[in-house]
Ligand binder design. Structure first.
Ligand SMILES: [Zn+2]
Ligand SMILES: [Zn+2]
Length: 391
C-alpha cells in the first residue's frame, strides 16, 4: 500500500510499504477514508519527539471502513464505518477501567523508553514515535487497529465524514481540556491556540457552562473562525499585551479557567521568544513554555490551568511561585479518547457542534509532503489538511 513516511526532520515521502494484517485476535484492519494532520505531528516533523525512525508512518486522527476483524472482536464487523481514537487502550487494565485511557498499562509495547524519561510509561499512540509504541500511523491506505472493540466507534448515520474525522482526536482533546477546567456557571475561559484543538476547546467550554470564551492566537483567519464558529472574543498576541488585556477584560480579576492548546513549540513576542528558541535549539530545555507561563500568570487566584498542548520534556523559567501562591489547580494529560468519543459523536449527530469547518484542505495522500508544508507554514488559511487515501 501507499503511505506517508517520516524520513528525518522536515522530510516526508510517500512510499510503498507492506499492507497491515491481523496480528492479535482483538485487531481490526481499517481502510482509511480520511486522515487528518494535527498540530502535534509538527513536533515529529521538527524533530522534538525522539525515537522516530526513518520509514515510520505518521498520522493519528482518522476514520475509515472496517475490512477485516480478528476472532476476538465482538462489536465490529466488515463494512462498519468507524472513527478511531488516536490513543490506544487495552480496556482491561486499572487505568482503562477507570476511563483514564491514555494511561493504559498494556498498549505501549516499548514501555522502557518512557519509564526512563517519565518514571512510568503511558499508552501507545498511533503514528507517534517508538517511545509511544511504534504503531504505524493513519496516513496510509490501510491501518491495523489493535484493541478495536475499545478504540473504534461506529459513526452514526447522517454524520458526514468531514465532521466525524475530528471526533478522533481534535474534538475529544479540546473537550477534555474544557472538562479538566471544572467550569462553573458564569466562568470566563481563555484558550491559547486557535487551531483544531483550541477551536474544539472553545466550543466545549460553552457546552460545559462557560459564559464567556476568549481566544488567543496570532493568525487572523484562525481568530476569525474562533469568533464565527466558537463565539469567542479574540486577542492577537502580536498586537496586544495579553496579561494586560485579560486583566482589563475581566474587571481586574483575571480569567477563571485557562487552557493551553499550544504546547512545546509555543511562540511569543520579544526577548522571551529568542530566549526560549535559543535554549531549545541548544537542548538546554526541550520545550518552549511561553504559553504555559502566560496562562499561569493570567489566571485568577484559585483558578484552573488545563494543559492539552503536548509537552515532551523539561521546561525553563516555570512560574511555580505564581501557581503555588495563587492556589491554582493545574490539570493536564494526553486525552482519554475512548471516554469522550461516543458522547461527542452523539453531540455531532444532534447538530450541537459541527467540527467540519476546520477542514480547509482535502487532498490525496500523494500530496502529503505538500500538505504538511502548508499546515506547518499556515499558508492559504490552512487549519486542517485531510488526506483521502482511498479515493
Ligand atoms: Zn493530535
Ligand atoms: Zn489499559
Amino acid at each position: 500500500m501507499k503511505a506517508l513516511c517520516w524520513n528525518g526532520i522536515n522530510d516526508l515521502k510517500v512510499e510503498r510499504v507492506p499492507d497491515p494484517y491481523i496480528l492479535n485476535e482483538g485487531d481490526a484492519v481499517v481502510r482509511l477514508t480520511m486522515s487528518s494532520v494535527c498540530g502535534s505531528d509538527l513536533h515529529l516533523l521538527d524533530g522534538y519527539v525522539p525515537t522516530m525512525k526513518a520509514g515510520d508512518i505518521i498520522g493519528h486522527e482518522f476514520m475509515g471502513e472496517v475490512i477485516e476483524v480478528g476472532p476476538g472482536v465482538k462489536k465490529l464487523k466488515r463494512g462498519d464505518r468507524v472513527v478511531v481514537g488516536s490513543v490506544l487502550g487495552c480496556g482491561s487494565c486499572e487505568f482503562c477501567q477507570s476511563d483514564q485511557w491514555s494511561l493504559c498499562d498494556n498498549s505501549n509495547p516499548n514501555p522502557e523508553i518512557l519509564e526512563k524519561a517519565y518514571g512510568y510509561a503511558g499508552a501507545g499512540i498511533f503514528g507517534y514515535s517508538h517511545a509511544f509504541g511504534g504503531y504505524a500511523g493513519s496516513h496510509a491506505e490501510y491501518i491495523r487497529v489493535p484493541y478495536a472493540d475499545h478504540g473504534a466507534f461506529k459513526v452514526p448515520e447522517g454524520v458526514k465524514d468531514e465532521a466525524a474525522v475530528f471526533t478522533s482526536d481534535a474534538f475529544p482533546t479540546g473537550y477534555m481540556a474544557a472538562d479538566m477546567c471544572g467550569i462553573e456557571r458564569g466562568d470566563t475561559v481563555v484558550v491559547w491556540g486557535a487551531g483544531g484543538v483550541g477551536q474544539m476547546a472553545m466550543q466545549s467550554a460553552y457546552l460545559l457552562g462557560a459564559e464567556r470564551v476568549i481566544a488567543i492566537d496570532r493568525y487572523g483567519d484562525r481568530l476569525a473562525k474562533a469568533k464565527q464558529y466558537a463565539k469567542a472574543e479574540v486577542l492577537n498576541y502580536e498586537e496586544v499585551d495579553i496579561l494586560e488585556a485579560l486583566k482589563e477584560m475581566t474587571g481586574g480579576r483575571g480569567p477563571d479557567r485557562c487552557i493551553d492548546a499550544v504546547g512545546m513549540e509555543a511562540h511569543t513576542t520579544g526577548m522571551e521568544q529568542y530566549y526560549d528558541k535559543a535554549k531549545q535549539t541548544l537542548r538546554l530545555q526541550t520545550d518552549r513554555p511561553a504559553v504555559l507561563r502566560q496562562a499561569i500568570m493570567a489566571c485568577r487566584k484559585g483558578g484552573t490551568v488545563s494543559i492539552v498542548g503536548v509537552y515532551g520534556g523539561l521546561l525553563d523559567k516555570f512560574p511555580m511561585g505564581a501557581a503555588m501562591n495563587k492556589a491554582l489547580t493545574l490539570r493536564m494529560g494526553q486525552m482519554f479518547a475512548q471516554k469522550y468519543i461516543p458522547k461527542l459523536l452523539e453531540r455531532v449527530a444532534a447538530g450541537e457542534v459541527d467540527p467540519s469547518y476546520m477542514l480547509t484542505h482535502k487532498w490525496t495522500l500523494d500530496q502529503g509532503p505538500e500538505g504538511y508544508r502548508m499546515f506547518k507554514e499556515k499558508t492559504d488559511n490552512c487549519m486542517r489538511v485531510v488526506f483521502t487515501p482511498s479515493q
